[in-house]
Design a protein around this ligand. Structure first.
Ligand code: KG4
Ligand code: ZN
Length: 363
């Protein structure tokens, strides 16, 4: 039996979890910073790092207490090394290093995207995943389409060339005056809206497995706002919105449109892009299953459409494991632990860190 403590602090959740054999969650604690960042309309990195520092000791202690385990009984300590916000990552990595030094337990620096992938191994009841599988990672920071041939064996088929899918949800949510984060709130608004009210354009890209959501966001902006009279002021409004500023009261929504209709039409557009490309990848690469993970995989419309568009098994994590958590980091760490990964105590953070088959060979 291998018991691993996972620690996650790459963005705006401080999380710790204890997972046994990469499959069984003994504890899973997440301290969310959503309320803190809602006032800024998005994640404010400075505030995120400070909140991680305040929460991490309590979160890790709680995870160990919930699991009923002392640090001396752990087999390893795993921590998200990247990708993510540098200041946030540093808090988790330094804490994990301190614990590893104090307990003498092995330290494993884990890729956050690989963590999202292994959230799929925490589903109960679990049926063995049959490789090769196509994996779609859709979160606030990432949109990645991968072919996974075995544990740790990834081929990147494509990804976003601008905004991540979750980021597009968040930006459009802000534009529509919905609370942060936009994803769940757009999903809620969509339930009351007409998804065919608007036909938003989609970009054509050279690589059929790449994504672009920035044009879609701009199209929504054009469609729903009143054209401002002063040219200079309108530009600054647009830039503020694109830079991720909080809900801008100076952006005036057209009075004749329904926010619910825009939300539903936008959600339909994003989901159809994600589903179409993932289904094509699964077909082209003869995948046996489709795995969707990351915050946006909580979206019910995405889940339904993906299942409707393919005969293959479609797996999504339980809702609480779609968004950032540490159980997924401990689950990914289990497979890495088995294959011999051990990190040094001078482990550094990697704010930009792609997930490929050689991810862990680069030192
Ligand atoms: O995986 P995650 O917690 O953080 C990152 O690693 O980025 O994902 C957060 C993202 C946010 O952009 C949020 O709006 C989106 O996931 N999200 C959703 C839903 N729930 C969360 N997007 C669409 N529909 C949802 N139900
Ligand atoms: Zn994430």
């Amino acid at each position: 039996m291998t018991t691993i403590l996972g620690i996650e602090s790459s963005c705006d959740e401080t999380a710790a979890a204890v997972v046994i054999d990469g499959r069984v969650i003994a504890s899973n604690v997440v301290a969310s910073q959503i309320d803190l960042h809602a006032q800024y309309g998005g994640v404010f990195p400075e505030a995120a790092s400070r909140a991680h520092i305040e929460a991490i000791t309590y979160v890790v202690d709680q995870a160990l207490r919930d699991a009923g385990i002392r640090p001396s009984k752990l087999d390893a300590i795993a921590v998200t090394r990247g990708p993510g916000l540098v200041g946030s990552l540093l808090v988790g990595v330094n804490y994990a290093k301190g614990m590893a030094l104090a307990t003498g337990k092995p330290l494993l620096g884990i890729n956050h995207l690989e963590g999202h992938v292994y959230a799929l191994w925490l589903t109960e009841p679990y049926k063995e995943v049959k490789f090769p599988v196509v994996v779609l990672i859709v979160s606030g920071g990432h949109t990645e389409l991968l072919l996974m041939r075995d544990h740790g064996d990834y081929q990147r088929l494509g990804g976003t060339i601008d905004d991540a899918a979750g980021e597009a949800f968040d930006k459009v949510g802000r534009l529509l005056g919905l609370p942060f984060p936009g994803g769940p709130n757009i999903e809620r608004a969509s339930l009351q809206g007409n998804a065919s009210a608007f036909d938003f354009p989609r970009s054509r890209l050279e690589n059929p497995f790449d994504f672009s959501f920035s044009g879609l966001k701009t199209a929504v902006m054009r469609e729903v706002t009143v054209a401002p009279s002063a040219g200079a002021r309108s530009k600054s409004r647009r830039e503020a919105a694109e830079a991720g500023a909080p809900p801008d009261k100076s952006i005036v929504l057209r009075s004749d449109i329904s926010v619910n209709d825009v939300a539903a039409s936008f959600q339909r557009a994003v989901v159809s892009i994600l589903v179409e490309k993932t289904a094509k990848a699964a077909k082209d690469y003869n995948a046996t299953e489709v795995l969707i993970t990351g915050g946006v995989s909580a979206n019910q419309h995405l889940r339904q459409q993906m299942r409707a568009q393919t005969d293959l098994v479609v797996r999504v994590p339980p809702l609480n494991l779609c968004t950032d958590n540490a159980a997924m980091i401990a689950a990914a760490a289990y497979y890495r632990y088995q294959s011999g990964l051990r990190s040094d105590l001078d482990l550094d953070v990697r704010p930009m860190w792609a997930l490929t088959s050689t991810t862990y060979q680069e030192g």
